[in-house]
Write a new protein. Structure first.
Length: 481
């Protein structure tokens, strides 16, 4: 694992491990000073251990921390970052500024690490929770994310994550002391921030055992909103309203005392359901049907797909890309698109994994502009990176041989408040290898189509490596791990 700088606009700026070269083309600007420490996780080959590494990008050769992540049962646990954002008041567009804080688990305890480059470098325990299984979500109280809540699932009295009947949900705040009890609200489903146009959490909507409740931002008081629960479809902060799947499609207005309106659309209780988007419009599915809803409550059926249920929704610039389930007779994971406001759907001709087929498709579940990305391979994970436009045109082979490593995102979200791909990271395995051991790390800049070698990943020369870099994520504007 190493620290890498991105290549932008054709400039080669490299960094990493094993003393790779650091080259900037003549006249090019220096990388922006880092504001936050970098973090990454490495998982053992057998998947039995996960380690968190935190570094100062100014001294990447000297990691600040290398910590095992474990839940209450000693199994590998996750680290979850908090993202700071800037919101344009004129159009509501969101720009990510970086990750100032990290929550993670050690031996079932909840810890936090301030990632500010000049902050105290030591992790700190939060609350008395010592039986945590997962960190489910994090919720900043402001766009700048100085304060935040983390929603945690615990193993309950028996301290066993697998016996879910007694598992509980707890909320931990980054300012809590180690001897301070977590907040328990009886939450058994979603926890939804009610934010204003500046990104400030005015309150939280919680699915409690008694229905929907609106809690103050400090979680000390609540008012009952309804006797039934609900899950989020789309949020429209400028109008201070959001849409829920509750007793059908319902709107919750929080411009004043929260009120939930009548059902706008019947949604069968047992139907499969997906949703994505916000800002200009949100999209949701009920079984095989795809719908669009706008902030004023207008909703419309876009299309009912005969091929299968909608498994995933990915709003792009001019289209909505969807994954359809399919079945054993027609294959699984079909990728179709349809214009954002409705029209004729189109099969994007992405290869489909059929039962018994030797061809595999790795979907990146990501778009840039109006393009969708995927990788085809024969089972090894190394193959060909592809893109296709959502109108069916411009299918392109981007790189081969390639093994997907990760994505660098644009700092700004698209009109549907979804992240957009800026660059794809992949390695080119060495002869006789199907993984990234000792391989070149490549960055494919999506807007220009230019590929740049960032450096060479560490090589062990051993088939029984203890640790292996599995993935990388970051912003195109910052170094990444």
């Amino acid at each position: 694992m190493g620290v890498w700088r991105t290549a932008r606009g054709g400039l080669t700026v490299t960094g990493g491990t094993d003393n790779p070269p650091s080259v900037t083309s003549p006249g090019s600007p220096s990388p922006s000073p880092a504001k936050y420490r970098l973090w990454g996780t490495a998982t053992s080959d057998a998947g039995l251990s996960r380690r968190l590494v935190i570094v100062d990008p100014r001294q990447p050769e000297h990691p600040l921390h290398s910590l095992l992540l474990t839940d209450v049962e000693g199994k590998p646990a996750v680290a979850v970052p908090v993202t700071a954002t800037r919101i344009d008041p004129a159009n509501g567009r969101v720009t990510a500024l970086g990750q100032p804080r990290l929550y993670f688990l050690q031996e079932g305890k909840v810890l936090t690490q301030d990632l500010g480059i000049e902050s105290i470098a030591e992790p700190r325990r939060l609350s008395t929770v010592d039986n945590a299984c997962t960190i489910d979500s994090v919720h900043p109280l402001t766009a700048a994310a100085e304060e935040s809540w983390a929603l945690v699932t615990t193993g309950g009295p028996d301290r066993a994550c697998g016996t879910t009947a007694d598992n509980t949900r707890a909320l931990v705040r980054n300012s809590m002391a180690a001897d301070e009890p977590a907040v328990t609200l009886g939450i058994h489903r979603s926890f939804i921030p009610l934010v204003d146009e500046a990104g400030t959490a005015l309150a939280f909507l919680a699915n409690s055992n008694s229905g929907l409740r609106r809690y103050t931002a400090d979680l000390t008081r609540y008012t009952q909103v309804s006797s039934f629960g609900g899950s989020l479809i789309g949020s429209f902060p400028a109008q201070r309203r959001l849409f829920l799947r509750s007793n059908g499609l319902q709107v919750l207005d929080y411009s004043g005392p929260p009120s939930i309106g009548p059902s706008l659309l019947e949604i069968p209780a047992l139907s499969s359901f997906e949703s994505a988007g916000g800002g200009e419009a949100a999209y949701f599915s009920v079984g095989r049907s795809l719908y669009r809803v706008t902030a004023d409550g207008r909703n419309a059926l876009i299309k009912t797909f005969e091929l299968g249920e909608v498994w995933r929704i990915m709003p792009a610039a001019n289209h909505v890309v969807v994954m359809l389930s399919g079945d054993s007779t027609v294959g699984y994971q079909h990728i179709w698109s349809i214009p954002r406001n409705g029209g004729e759907p189109l099969d994007l001709q992405v290869p489909v994994r059929d039962v018994g087929s030797s061809q595999y498709v790795q979907h990146l579940y990501a778009t840039a502009g109006d393009s969708y990305f995927y990788l085809t391979h024969g089972g090894s994970g190394t193959g060909v990176l592809w893109s296709v436009n959502a109108d069916g045109s411009g299918k392109r082979q981007l790189a081969a041989p390639a093994r997907h490593v990760g994505i660098l995102w644009q700092p700004g979200l698209n009109a549907s408040q979804q992240p957009e791909v800026a660059a794809l990271l992949f390695c080119q395995p060495q002869a006789g290898h199907s993984d990234c051991d000792g391989a070149p790390l490549m960055q494919l800049d999506v807007p220009s189509g230019q590929t740049t070698q960032l450096g060479t990943l560490p090589g062990t020369g051993s088939a029984s490596r203890s640790w292996q870099l599995l993935s990388a994520q970051g912003l195109i504007t910052s170094p990444f791990m």
